[in-house]
Each structure stands twice: as structure tokens, then as C-alpha cells.
Design a protein around this ligand. Structure first.
Ligand SMILES: Nc1ncnc2c1ncn2[C@@H]1O[C@H](COP(=O)(O)OP(=O)(O)OP(=O)(O)O)[C@@H](O)[C@H]1O
Length: 295
């Protein structure tokens, strides 16, 4: 199949070389994100604060994602993960601070502009078109990049027909990629929960993202499904797509991510490899709900 997004081998090599060469950024709060201005950095969250009235959901948070990595965003309930995710995907505007994607500020961009720039997401709760088939749901995602006008679609002009045909073929390839191509013609409400979650990922991939943001993709999965999801996330990364993952299942997060940022009460309390984060006393304390010095 043609993969969701393929970077050149040179780009992948550069990303891999960086992964080895760069010191792992650790530490707290709003230090300048590692790799600011670096071409191998895909997304930079730079001193972002986001308030909802009196609630400080994000408090001077900084971190950066490198091209080609799987990056985890974790923290106890209410830590600010979803808020951070929503700011990254253009749903929320930070109160202060900047988010840059491929070096360009995201703040102020409309959602469709963010999609076109190369960011796609899935949601905590499945959000499909229930009466459309699995294939049609993916084709809707594909429309983000189509160039024909409404007139072209209405009059079935050749360019529109061509785009529809390639869109259909690519959507089938994506269904195959996530492992549900046999269900292509089924209306999505008839798919199992696990199939629906895969379909959401296929639809997000249909926009040919550079960055795929997955919001609790394993919620409601049994251990076997979680293992399959882990394989799928790796497969997506192997096509060159960078992955940002919010997930409560620690086994999955620790098993699949290259690096992790931990939030607590809107603040970044740790950043590093899964092993570094797992052994960090502040993280242990945050999850167990005890003061750092008592952990
Ligand atoms: N739209 C909103 N209006 C007001 N407060 C909000 C809003 N969204 C989130 N908050 C608050 O911001 C804080 C961070 O919430 P957020 O949902 O980002 O945390 P989370 O880490 O994703 O939590 P969970 O793991 O439970 O989903 C919480 O105190 C929450 O109550």
C-alpha cells in the first residue's frame, strides 16, 4: 500500500541520528523546549499557559517533539493532558506562550489549516459518522486535501472523479493498514468498538498527517487489543509519522513511547525516556498522591 505519510530516507535518518545524539531533556516547568529552532523538531510547546477562568489548566509548560518519535503525555486525572492536546490541535488558544509546528506558530490558525499543515487527531470518545460505511468515513478524512470545488463535485467533472477514485483506493489501503479492510462496506455503527477505534485512526491518517495525536486510544480495550494497538502505533511511526499519545494505560505508554512528559496540576513535573520517568520520585508521588519527599 502507499503508506499514510512517508518521509524521505534522508529525513528518517536525520531523525534517527538526532534521537541518538541529543541529550535527553529532563527537568521541570517552563525551560525553553529542547531543540527550539532545530529542523528535526516537529512540534514545540513553548511556555504555554492556559486558563479557564480561575483554573490554570496548563502552567508554563514547555516540551518538544522530534520527527519520527512516539511521544507520551501522561499525568493523573485533571493534570492538563487533554487541554495540552486541544491546544496542539487548535481547539484551544493558549492564554500565553507559543506552539510551533514545523517552525510555524499554530496559535491563531483555524482547525482546517492545522489539518492541512499536517496534524491529525483522534478523540477520547469515538466520533464517527455512524450511518456511513467504514470506507466512507475514511474518504471524508481524505477530503481535507481534495482540490475540486463544489461545482466540480456537483457536475462530476473529470478532476473530481479522478480524485474520488484515488481517494477510494487510498482509503481502502488505509483500512487494510489498520486491519479492518474486510469491514469496508459495513456502516460504522455496526462495527465492534475495537474496529471503530481503528477506523478513527484510519480516518485521521487519511489527512496524510506528519503528526498524529491519539487521545486515550486504548480506553476500553482488553489486553490483547492493547497489544495489537501497540503494534499498530509502531507501524504508524515506522511510516514516518510522529505520534503524540495520551494514555492512562502505563504498560502501553511505557512499552511504546520513546519519550514522555508528565503533567501534574497543569505543570510539567518530569520529562525523559520511559525508564527515567518511571523511576522519577516526583512522578511516583504524583501517581500515588503522596508528597515528593515521602515517596
Ligand atoms: N473547558 C473547560 N472549562 C473549565 N475548566 C476546564 C475545561 N477543560 C478542562 N478544565 C479543567 O482544567 C484542568 C485540566 O483538565 P484536563 O481535562 O486537561 O486534564 P486531563 O489530564 O486530560 O484529565 P483526564 O485524565 O481526567 O482526562 C482540570 O482542572 C479541568 O477541570
Amino acid at each position: 500500500m502507499s503508506e499514510p505519510h512517508i518521509e524521505t530516507p534522508q529525513e528518517m535518518d536525520a531523525a534517527n541520528a538526532r534521537r541518538v545524539d541529543l541529550p535527553i531533556p529532563t527537568g521541570k516547568g517552563g525551560s525553553t523546549p529542547a531543540g527550539a529552532g532545530d529542523p528535526n523538531v516537529l512540534l514545540e510547546v513553548d511556555h504555554v499557559t492556559l486558563r479557564f477562568g480561575g483554573v490554570v489548566a496548563l502552567n508554563d509548560v514547555s516540551f518538544s517533539l522530534r520527527k519520527g518519535e512516539i511521544f507520551g503525555l501522561i499525568g493523573p486525572n485533571g493534570a492538563g493532558k487533554t487541554t495540552c492536546f486541544n491546544a496542539t490541535t487548535g481547539v484551544y488558544r493558549p492564554t500565553s506562550g507559543t506552539i510551533r509546528f514545523k517552525g510555524e506558530p499554530l496559535v491563531g490558525k483555524k482547525k482546517h489549516e492545522i489539518t492541512r499543515a499536517g496534524i491529525a487527531r483522534t478523540f477520547q470518545n469515538v466520533r464517527l459518522f455512524p450511518e456511513m460505511t467504514a470506507l466512507e468515513n475514511v474518504m471524508v478524512g481524505m477530503d481535507a486535501h481534495h482540490k475540486t470545488s463544489v461545482i466540480g463535485a456537483l457536475f462530476r467533472l473529470p478532476r473530481h472523479l479522478r480524485e474520488e477514485r484515488t481517494g477510494r483506493e487510498r482509503s481502502m489501503e488505509l483500512l487494510r493498514f489498520v486491519g479492518i479492510d474486510k469491514r469496508a462496506g459495513e456502516v460504522s455503527r455496526n462495527l465492534s468498538y475495537g474496529e471503530q477505534r481503528r477506523l478513527e485512526i484510519a480516518r485521521a491518517l487519511a489527512t496524510s498527517p506528519t503528526l498524529l495525536c491519539l487521545d486515550e486510544p486504548a480506553a476500553g480495550f482488553n489486553p490483547a487489543e492493547k497489544e495489537e494497538l501497540l503494534q499498530l502505533i509502531r507501524k504508524i511511526r515506522d511510516t514516518g509519522v510522529t505520534v503524540l499519545l495520551i494514555e492512562h494505560d502505563m504498560r502501553l505508554v511505557m512499552g511504546v513511547t520513546d519519550r514522555i512528559v508528565v503533567l501534574e496540576f497543569g505543570k510539567k513535573i518530569a520529562e525523559g525516556t520511559p525508564a527515567e520517568v518511571r523511576d522519577n520520585p516526583a512522578v511516583i508521588a504524583a501517581y500515588l498522591g503522596v508528597p515528593t519527599d515521602a515517596a
